[in-house]
Write a protein that binds this ligand. Structure first.
Ligand code: ADP
Length: 410
């Protein structure tokens, strides 16, 4: 009898031994006995035909049946099972066959074992890669869901807070009128002013929450109008003049070529963005410091810079400060305020500013030599704004053309 034919006679012994030894492997079920019979028969076919590839389909099936938890903790691998089955095969052969037959079988089985292990390892790598890809997809989905619910929460909370706030503002106004008629006095006015300030601050926070949810949901609509950067900076300078005087800070506007060019942008939104940058520059610069607004004209763009002589920003915080509800690691939670040194806020100013600039097709970034409250290295925020010569909407462009370009109007 040829060695491979002798091998066939060992089926029963082989299956009993294999089932017994593999039962120690976690995850090997009773039904696996049937699989063992198939494996043995295919092993015989491989021996008989000198073709190790005949075992590939069963290895593929086993590899597919690995559960996600097997893959995660690598408790059972097809390679391990294969290795075990071949050592059982060698053991059964040496116990059941004569020396010569078992040696001859060993020689024929070895290339099959090598091929099997190599193929099992390749399958496992593939499965691991698929598993990692699935995990990454799942994590991405979870993160997106989390972000969506965060942004839904912001939008719902903001709208719900707005109604009672309007009531408070209305009653405060009525109280002021009544009080003015009946018990007008220093004390009452002071209390009413305090109430107004609180309501105003709350309104600004709610407006910021609404803006950030518009930006997050790509719902920010822009109302393009003609505007001039230099005029906008003058209005900003006027608005902050008394605050900067209070902080003994100097505002320098270095006029640049292009600053008085007519461009199309949503002037209200751009004002809001630049105001955030100037108020931050004031907040994070000590008393007596300076804020310099400069810029340059680039092909198709205007670049604006807001440079301050303030505390600066640590390298690791440079990306983080543009995320919502974040503040640089060094910023202590000082009382919130518009212009107080290191005054805290909800951490929405920069994400809104970036959202507005990006909605225009521009970019916002910052440079700083680091955070230092002794040397005050300062920070420079750069705003790159497309210098649109007409509004993007063709209808509006046609309508407005006579206003900014009388010769070409139709
Ligand atoms: P908020 O709405 O609370 O003012 P921002 O989003 O405008 O928050 O800013 C986030 C954080 O970025 C601030 O808390 C501060 O740590 C840092 N930051 C912003 N502007 C400056 C600046 N000019 N100099 C130093 N740090 C700054």
């Amino acid at each position: 009898m040829r060695p491979d034919e002798r091998f066939l006679t060992l089926q029963q012994t082989w299956v009993i031994q294999a089932a017994h030894e593999l039962s120690n492997f976690e995850g090997i079920q009773q039904s696996f006995q049937h699989e063992l019979v198939i494996f043995f028969n295919l092993l015989y076919e491989s021996l008989h035909n000198h073709n190790p590839q005949l075992l590939h389909p069963i290895l593929e099936r086993w590899s597919q049946s690995l559960t996600q938890s097997d893959l995660a903790d690598q408790s059972t691998t097809v390679m391990q099972v294969c290795g075990q089955l071949f050592s059982i095969t060698f053991k059964v052969c040496s116990e059941e066959l004569g020396k010569d037959d078992s040696l001859a079988l060993w020689a024929s089985l070895q290339p099959i074992e090598i091929d099997c292990l190599a193929y099992a390892s390749q399958l496992e790598k593939q499965r691991e890669i698929e598993h990692i890809q699935q995990e990454m997809e799942r994590m991405k989905f979870d993160l997106e869901t989390l972000d969506r619910s965060k942004s839904d929460f912001i939008s719902v909370a903001a709208h719900e807070l707005k109604t009672p706030l309007t009531l408070i503002e209305g009653y405060a106004a009525m109280l002021r009128e009544t009080a003015a008629e009946q018990i007008a006095g220093e004390q009452v006015n002071r209390l009413l002013n305090g109430m107004d300030q609180g309501a105003d601050r709350l309104k600004r926070i709610i407006d910021d929450m609404i803006d950030i949810s518009l930006i997050d949901n790509h719902l920010l609509t822009l109302n393009f109008q003609p505007m001039w950067i230099d005029r906008m900076i003058s209005i900003l300078a006027d608005e902050f003049a008394s605050a900067m005087q209070l902080r003994r800070q100097k505002l320098v506007f270095e006029r640049f070529d292009g600053a008085n060019d007519l461009i199309f942008a949503d002037s209200e939104r751009i004002y809001q963005a630049l105001k955030n940058l100037l108020s931050n520059a004031i907040k994070f610069t000590p008393d007596g410091g300076q804020v310099t607004i400069g810029g340059r004209k680039l092909p198709g763009f205007l670049e604006l810079t807001f440079h301050d002589t303030g505390i600066g920003i640590a390298q690791e915080d440079i990306g983080r400060i543009f995320e919502k509800f974040s503040r640089a690691g060094n910023s202590a939670l000082h009382s919130s305020g518009n212009i107080k040194f290191k005054g805290g806020g909800p951490g929405l100013g920069l994400p809104i500013t970036r959202g507005i600039i990006e909605a225009h097709g521009g970019a916002l970034w910052v440079e700083s030599d680091g955070y230092d409250e002794v040397k005050y290295p300062g920070s420079t925020f750069h705003v790159l704004l497309p210098a649109r010569k007409e509004p993007p909407d063709a209808q509006i462009a046609k309508l407005l053309k006579p206003l900014y370009n009388p010769d070409k109007g139709t």
